[in-house]
Unconditional design. Structure first.
Length: 299
């Protein structure tokens, strides 16, 4: 059984990584841009927010600067691809590697603690709710705002042009769409969301670490693919919502697996669990199709 603290902790983590899933969705699904920058922009957002908060900045302003930093990192990756004609995957790897050193420069050390410093979660100390309930509520509000804004953007003229760029860039250019600019904007927006997730994660956990971004892209992909396997993606709103549900369910399954004594899994098995979940998420839609074909054939 999972305790209440572990359950709501998984919900909180799932909501945070839902923001990562939104970013991965934009890069991988909308733009068809394999972007590994998120492994660097996640700790970048955490590093910027934590460092500025320690320096006395308002936590919301520090979070905004973390979003801007992630946005700049994504823009750099796309610029390397669009302007310098570096393959998109390689461009993202180059930026990710560079961000490791940049994050160390920003923090001045491998990690920064936020113990005793004011964060966006500090006002919740006055709420008549335990922290493991109040923190997910605040993060839910942030995720809801991002979800609404993202859906509105993707259904706007610019968003439709961006989606057209990802589906068929040649046809988009033939219709007068500046595909290069939209690619830079899309990848920048994706990493801005990941930077926001990193900033919130650092404030939630009370620390920012240079290695906290390792495997972030895998978690994001697991959320996107898992959500698509569970929910319908007929509309852009459902598609984006599916990413959020995938992130929350992923963290719940992880919590269940690690807290179930009869399974015998430990914290070091986290990557193994992730690999299994991603594999199941990829195979599940194909299994559904084969099962439906067999049923039709039997009829």
């Amino acid at each position: 059984m999972v305790s209440a603290i572990a359950f709501f902790g998984a919900i909180e983590s799932g909501l945070l990584f839902g923001l990562v899933a939104f970013g991965v969705f934009i890069a991988f699904r909308i733009l068809d841009f394999p972007d590994l920058t998120v492994d660097g922009s996640f700790p970048l957002g955490a590093a910027v927010a934590a460092t500025l908060i320690v320096l006395g900045w308002n936590p919301w302003l520090a979070t905004a600067m973390a979003i801007a930093a992630g946005f700049a990192a994504g823009a750099l990756t796309a610029w390397l691809n669009v302007r310098l004609q570096i393959m998109n995957l390689l461009a993202s790897i180059l930026t990710m590697i560079a961000l490791y050193s940049i994050n160390l420069r920003i923090m001045g050390k491998p990690n920064v603690a936020l113990l005793g410093d004011e964060t966006i979660f500090t006002p919740m100390d006055n709420w008549d709710l335990p922290y493991y309930l109040s923190a997910p509520l605040l993060i839910s509000a942030v995720v809801l705002v991002v979800f609404v804004l993202l859906v509105r953007f993707m259904t706007s003229e610019t968003g439709l042009a961006m989606r057209a760029t990802g589906v068929n860039s040649k046809m988009a250019r033939a219709n007068g769409i500046h595909t290069g600019r939209l690619t830079i904007l899309g990848v920048a927006l994706a990493n801005g969301l990941v930077g926001l997730a990193g900033a919130l994660f650092a404030q939630s956990q009370g620390t920012a670490d240079v290695t906290m971004g390792v495997g972030t892209i895998v978690v994001g992909l697991a959320a996107v693919i898992g959500g698509e396997a569970i929910l319908s993606t007929r509309t852009i709103a459902r598609w984006i919502f599916a990413c959020l549900i995938g992130a929350v369910l992923y963290r719940l399954v992880i919590a269940l697996a690690l807290n179930a004594d009869w399974i015998g899994l430990k914290a070091q098995d986290l990557n193994l669990i992730t690999a299994v979940l991603v594999t199941l998420a990829i195979v599940a839609p194909k299994m559904k199709q084969n099962l439906s074909k067999r049923r039709r054939g039997a009829q």
